[in-house]
Write a protein that binds this ligand. Structure first.
Ligand SMILES: [Zn+2]
Length: 184
């Protein structure tokens, strides 16, 4: 009865894929509060980064620890964070390894295009760690900006014909010392 046209289906899939997950919202709010501006789910960039900060030439990926295989410890198998179920273990391991390989390849392609990538893990956004994580991202972004502008030489200037930074003229924010006092 409710048969979807190809276009409707496409839109549905897109809506499901880009659903605002809570960890992603945490990063968005936290960076916004710290003065950073971004775009979301940039379709034309490899891996469809969750946040794109053009001024910083940086893509941010907010990754679930299980699906993207957050390695805490020496190996994926023993990771304290990505706990692979013992049932069908080989299946899950293979799947997660494929995901990791894909993530890596996408970030490699982004790097080739001149983009930095930052990966934020879901476990780093737990209430108790959230503010420190966001401060660290802010620090990294400012560091990237400084690096990118310090190495500007007359040579690199001559080839730089892109003026895409002009839309977000924001001052560099100092790292916010603000805490909202949640102690989860
Ligand atoms: Zn994790």
């Amino acid at each position: 009865m409710d048969k979807l046209t190809a276009e409707q289906r496409h839109r549905n899939m897109a809506a499901i894929r880009s659903k605002d997950t809570k960890p992603e919202l945490t990063v968005r709010r936290g960076l916004w509060k710290r003065g950073f501006r971004y775009r979301l789910n940039h379709k034309r960039l490899p891996g469809h980064p969750d946040l794109v900060l053009r001024k910083y030439r940086t893509c941010i990926f907010v990754n679930g620890c299980f699906w993207h295989g957050h390695m805490v410890g020496d190996s994926l198998e023993d990771s304290a964070c990505c706990r692979i179920p013992s049932t069908n273990r080989e299946f899950w391991e293979a799947k997660i390894r494929r995901n990791k390989a894909r993530d890596k390849e996408e970030q490699r392609r982004l790097a080739e295009m001149g983009w930095h990538s930052i990966t934020v893990w879901e476990c780093e956004l737990k209430p108790s760690r959230r503010e420190d994580t966001l401060d660290a991202i802010a620090f990294t972004l400012n560091h990237i900006w400084l690096q990118d502008h310090k190495i500007e030489t007359p040579d690199s200037k001559a080839q730089g014909e892109d003026h895409e930074e002009e839309e977000d003229e924001l001052p560099i924010m100092p790292i916010a010392a603000e805490r909202n006092g949640d102690s989860g």
